[in-house]
Structure formats: C-alpha cells, structure tokens
Design a protein around this ligand. Structure first.
Ligand code: AGP
Length: 609
C-alpha cells in the first residue's frame, strides 16, 4: 500500500511531488522520498518517519528540475529507514515501486553475480538494477522497464527515470493500481487518483502489463508488444476525501472489501507448491526449534486474540499440536508456566499494544522463542520478536479491525502448514492439498462481498434491537466472539459471543423475542448439535439469523434470516464467517447513524495498560 507520484512538465517538480505525497498519506507510510533530474543531474532526497521530515529536508536542501518521482513507503521488506526508503537508484536510473516482488532474492543473487551492489534490504532495489542493466544493452527507458518487468514475479506498480532521457517518465504495473493524467502543465502519475485530482479529473488507468510513457507534451500507453494502446479518459467526480477511501463512504467498508487482496498478498510468495510447504523466511526459527518446541502459546488482545483462538482449533485439528491461548493482560500477571524453548506467538495489528508487548517480553524472559504476527513493519513487537510473519494488509485506518484479523488468520494457516510439514505430520501431498484450499479463499470472500446487499437487508430488520447473542461451535466459536465484538464496538449494541453448547448453562435465560441470535451453522461435524441449539433459541421466540453453508435448505424454515456462506473446508470457514459478520455489524452501525471509523471511547492502538 505504498504511494507513488510522478510529474514531468513546465513546473518545478518538487512541490508537485510533495503535495501529491501528502494526499497519499492515508495509505500509510514509514518513510518517503523524491528523485528529480535538474540540469542533467539526478538528485534524491529521502527521509524516514513522517512526511514532514521530507518536507523539512527539502526546505533545508531544495531541489530544482521539472521532472521527478516520489514515494511514501509502507514497508513489506526491510525495516523503515532512509536506506530502505524509495526512490532506489542504480547508476543513472531511479525507480519507485508499490507491491511485492516474490522472486526478488533470486534476482538479487543474479544481479550481484553480474557485479551489482545492493544498498538496501528491499525487494524494490532489484528493479532499479534490472532497468539499468537493460539500458546498458542499448534499450530505451520504456524498453528497459518492459524487459525488467518480464523478470518480475509478484505485484508491482513502478515509475522510472533515467538521466539518459531527462524528459520522460516510464511506468508499468501488474496487480497494483497506476493512474495518469495530463494538463497544460505537463503529465502526472500516481498510485491512485487522489493526488491527481488537484491537476485533472480526467485520468487514464493503466492496465496490467501496459507501459505508460509520460512527457511534458503527452501521455502514451503501449502494450507488452510495444503497440500503442488508445486508453480512454475516465472522468473522476469524487472529491479528494472520497478518493482516499477509494470511493467507499468510509475506511471500514473499504478495508472489508480489501480482504481478497489482503489474503492473496499475505499468501503471496510464502509457499512452495511443489513440496507442499510454507516459505516463511522471516520466521528466523530452525526446523529443530519448531520440532522441539515443548508448547505453543498464542497471546494477543481484542480481535487479535480472537485470531489466536482460531489458531488454537486450527493447530490442534490440522497438525495435532496443543496450543495455550491467552489475553495479553491476563498472561503477564498470572505467573505463566512458560518455559525455555516454548514457542510464543504474539499477534498484533499495530505491534504496539502494551498488553501484548509486555506479555511477549515476559515470555522472552523465560527463554521462549517469540514469533510476531504483525501488520506494521518496524513496530516495537516486530523489532523485539525473534521471528515475524507480516500480514501485509496495508494500513488499517478504521478502529474496528477487519482486514488485519483476516491477515492474522491467514498467517496462522501458513504457520500451521509450516509446522505440520516440518514435524512430518503433513505429507507433501497433504501440504499441496491445504495450499489448494488456502488459494481458494480470496474468491470465496469475493463471493460474500458480492452479497453485501443481503446482509444490509438483514441489518435493516434488526438494527433497532438492544441486545444480540452470537453462537458458534468449534473453530467458529472465536468467530462468534469476533462478530459480537464488531457489533459492540461500532454500533454500541450490547452483544455477547458464546460457545453454542454453553448457552444452556445460563445465557438461555436472556433469550426472548427482543434478542436476535446470530447462529454460525456451517455443515461441519458439529452441525446437528448447532441446529439443536438453534431450536432451543427458536423455542423461546428469539429471532434467529443463521449463517449456513451455501445450499443448506434445512434452516430456512427455522430462522428469520439466513445468509449462505460458500463451502470451504471447515477449518477455513472462520475467515468467511468473519467477513459476513463484519458487514452485518457495519450496516447495523451505519443504519444507527454512527461513525464506523471512529467509534466513541476507542483508540486504534492501545499503547497503555
Ligand atoms: C478490534 O476491532 C479492536 N479495535 C481491538 O480489539 C484490537 O483488536 C486490539 O486492541 C488489539 O490491537 P492490536 O491488534 O493492534 O494489538
């Protein structure tokens, strides 16, 4: 989710680039930089931290020139630092990049063997050297970028400059957005429309594999074969704020809809299909350490704790490994029996949650190996852990965690596969089978998102209620907890998540016609028991909202509302049920006229005890 900006024309580039980067701040950043060509000289200015640092740097060391590219970095490879900040240079070539290059290590080794020296820890730098290498073979910048792109695997949007062509910016994309515009001042490009709206509302969207060529006079688009493409202008009527939300009314629903990409990105480049293995280079733990880990602990808070609970059921059923799951604020004060060589998994979107951080420190004191599942590269938890699995969600702006939860669960699926293969519990064939299941999840989530209107209709029938009960069994019991938390924190309706089998031990006394009961009823081995619980609820006249496996007609006559969930292996159903419950909570809160992105009393990151 990095931000890219570019300009070539009759105006000074630096102010245009900086203002463009400021419009991209919502995409999150931990460092930023620009590159310009001024009188034939390539000049780069980069800074770590807030954009204001780059602003101050440019005030101290201004740069001229009417062509340049800029970048705000949301780190995926390599910690936030000036050295890892974009733009990245190779000789007289400089590039900025958004995305993830899956095969960067192989390319890096190849380029080092050709004598290229790397200055950063990023995957991006390989692109600069590939373009530079193509230029040494007499290619134009456009040809060089196209040749470099042919070597890349993964997702990218790239913009490149070369001193050899001081009035041309070349751009290309695969899987990441890239938009261009032109006016009387010159030509502009960006990773989304937001920064372009200050210059033009008529934009050109580049498509995967195409090359954009920007000069002061015009924009040109060519396809992979170098043939000119006549790409029509698109009129953007959004205002800048709507553009930051990608046209969605708020960040929460935008982030809910980003989940197919988040799942694909979190899986991207992290498995070897042929051997049915996960590939987690940042894990920093040997096979022996994982094999000999006496116990596995998962500790987190809030929604991240719910992801940890999913992990418990997953590890026990998929790889027969018991897991102790705890809330951060409980673990650290309980004299936990954690020992040397235990594996301690800390899950946190922000990587700054005090209760989780202190729990991880407690675990380290006892000699456990700490693995962080975290979204923010360079966060305190990421830096203090022994190993990391990043969830690659991009910045999660809305206080209610949605895509981060999904990313956390996907990271746990990868970890379970890794441990299962390392411990010999899963064969290569079983590993490939699980990977096939994982790779189907994005499309199944997409299918649910397409049915959002049905969830809005259900919300319209129940948004005035004052209490909800969410019931789930097995691996979907944590999803009942998560669904209730989502509703509580954005609609302020009291909601409880409960193990369905536990309802008869007390909560059933609460049930009446005024209490909607959301029942998660997938066609798994607990289905019949869940149906019994649903009947108990119906017998007390409570309205039932049943989430069922697609095609299940049995519950249609038992529930006031039924929402079908695409069929997946039961252990993979939590992500799908969670997405449906996110949308249900979202639409109830919107119908209640509440600010879904900034709920009362809540902070995005709880850095205090
Ligand atoms: C989730 O919707 C909440 N905003 C909250 O429970 C959150 O999950 C919790 O504070 C943990 O935050 P972390 O993932 O950044 O550690």
């Amino acid at each position: 989710m990095c931000g890219i900006i570019g300009f070539v024309g009759s105006q000074q580039a630096a102010p245009i680039l900086l203002n463009g980067l400021k419009r991209l701040e919502y995409r999150g950043y931990d460092s930023a930089g620009i590159a310009v060509i001024d009188n034939g000289e390539l000049i780069i200015r980069r800074s770590v931290g807030k954009l204001s640092q780059l602003d101050a740097l440019l005030a101290e060391q201004p740069v001229g020139g009417t062509i340049g590219i800029g970048h705000t970095r949301w780190a995926t490879h390599g910690r936030p630092s000036e050295q890892n900040a974009h733009p990245h240079r190779s000789g007289d070539v400089v590039i900025v990049h958004n995305g993830i290059i899956e095969n960067y290590l192989a390319l890096k080794h190849r380029l080092e063997a050709q004598g290229y020296r790397f200055d950063s820890e990023t995957d991006t730098e390989v692109i600069a050297h590939l373009v530079a290498a193509a230029l040494t073979r007499g290619r134009t910048l456009a040809q060089a970028v196209r040749e470099a792109a042919q070597d890349l695997q993964g997702s990218y949007a790239i913009a490149a400059l070369s001193v050899a062509e001081p009035a041309t910016i070349v751009t290309t994309r695969s899987g990441c957005p890239l938009v261009m515009a032109h006016n009387e001042q010159g030509s502009f490009l960006a990773s989304d429309v937001t920064p372009l709206l200050a210059h033009s509302r008529d934009v050109v969207y580049l498509e995967d594999g195409e090359i954009g060529i920007l000069t002061p006079e015009r924009l040109a688009v060519v396809d992979e074969a170098g043939q000119a493409v006549d790409r029509p202008l698109v009129r953007i009527d959004w205002d800048a704020e709507a553009a930051e939300k990608g046209g969605y009314p708020d960040f929460m629903v935008k982030e809910i809809h980003e989940q197919p990409r988040v799942i694909a990105d979190t899986l991207r480049g992290r498995y070897r299909y042929d051997s049915g293995e996960a590939d987690l280079p940042d894990l920093a733990m040997t096979a022996e350490e994982l094999i000999h880990a006496r116990r596995i602990w998962i500790v987190a808070c809030g929604t991240s704790w719910h992801a940890g609970l999913v992990g418990k059921y997953l590890f026990e059923e998929m790889i027969r490994k018991p897991v102790q799951v705890d809330i951060g604020s409980e673990f650290r004060y309980r004299e936990p029996m954690i020992q040397k060589d235990d594996l301690f998994v800390a899950i946190s979107q922000s990587g700054e949650t005090a209760d989780t951080l202190e729990a991880a420190r407690e675990a380290k004191k006892h000699g456990a190996r700490v693995l962080a599942i975290v979204n923010v590269v360079g966060s305190t938890l990421a830096r203090e852990a022994d190993g990391v699995i990043y969830t690659r969600c991009g910045p999660e702006i809305s206080v209610a965690s949605t895509k981060a939860f999904t990313g956390q669960v996907i990271a746990l699926y990868l970890l379970a596969l890794h441990i299962g293969r390392v411990r010999g519990i899963l064969s290569a064939e079983e590993g490939r089978w699980w990977l096939d299941q994982y790779l189907m999840i994005p499309s199944r989530v997409e299918h649910i998102l397409k049915r959002e209107a049905d969830l809005r209709s259900i919300a319209e029938r129940f948004y005035t209620k004052r209490n909800f009960l969410y019931l789930g069994r097995g691996i979907n019991y944590p999803i009942a907890l998560e669904g209730a938390l989502k509703l509580k924190e954005i609609s302020y309706i009291h909601a409880e998540g409960y193990a369905a089998g536990e309802m008869k031990h007390g909560p059933i006394a609460l049930i009446d016609e005024e209490m909607p009961v959301v029942v998660l009823a997938p066609r798994d081995r607990l289905y019949e028991k869940t149906v019994n619980n649903l009947m108990e609820v119906r017998a007390r006249n409570a309205p039932v909202i049943a989430l069922v496996t697609e095609g299940d007609q049995e519950l249609a006559h038992l529930a006031e509302a039924v929402f079908p969930i695409p069929h997946v292996h039961p252990l993979l159903s939590p992500v799908l049920f969670a997405v449906a419950l996110q949308l249900l909570a979202y639409h109830i809160a919107v119908l209640r006229g509440l600010d879904v992105d900034r709920p009362r009393n809540l902070a995005k990151c709880v850095t205090v005890e």
